[in-house]
Design a protein around this ligand. Structure first.
Ligand code: SME
Length: 163
């Protein structure tokens, strides 16, 4: 783990410990990730609700039209349905991909989940091919574990993927 990523986890721990609402932490978290990591061009948090996933918070150069994503659609739907993180190095090669931005080349989606209960996910788009490596995945999994603990404490909607 790199120092900047360790600092981000400590930053999130402090926000969680402050007793804020999930919404408030989510808004701060997307802005923190977007501002701290140059390859993270667009960062969103989708949570379960409505038709499947609903966009709760985002930061980046432009709004997405995909404010609601059915569970059967996109890389986002796949990650929420399976509870697995999905690292797509080239979105043009992945038939699950649902396009949001013309410039996006790579996408990383990590479920916000604890003990098999999925509450939502962090979705990161990058304009760089193969933008995300194993360090990003490990970092975002730790980041999402903390968000999941907060979601669990606030009794947010969740689902349990079939195994
Ligand atoms: N690309 C995503 C849709 C969400 S946008 O990237 C913000 C997907 O394939 O599910």
């Amino acid at each position: 783990m790199t120092d900047d990523r360790r600092r981000s986890l400590a930053w999130l721990d402090a926000r969680v410990a402050a007793g804020e609402s999930f919404q408030s932490v989510a808004e701060a978290a997307v802005s923190h990730l977007h501002a701290s990591y140059p390859a993270y061009h667009w960062v969103g948090i989708y949570m379960l609700g409505g038709v499947g996933l609903r966009l709760l918070a985002w930061d980046g150069p432009a709004a997405t039209a995909h404010v609601e994503i059915p569970l059967g659609a996109g890389v986002c739907g796949y990650a929420a349905t399976t509870g697995e993180a999905v690292n797509v190095p080239d979105v043009r090669q992945d038939e699950r991909y649902l396009q949001c931005f013309l410039g996006t080349r790579a996408e990383l989606v990590v479920p916000i989940a604890v003990d098999g209960r999925v509450y939502g996910e962090v979705d990161i788009d990058s304009d760089q091919l193969s933008a995300f490596d194993a360090v990003d995945e490990a970092f975002l999994k730790l980041f999402c574990e903390r968000l999941a603990a907060l979601a669990e404490g606030q009794r947010l909607e969740h689902r349990t993927p079939a195994r």
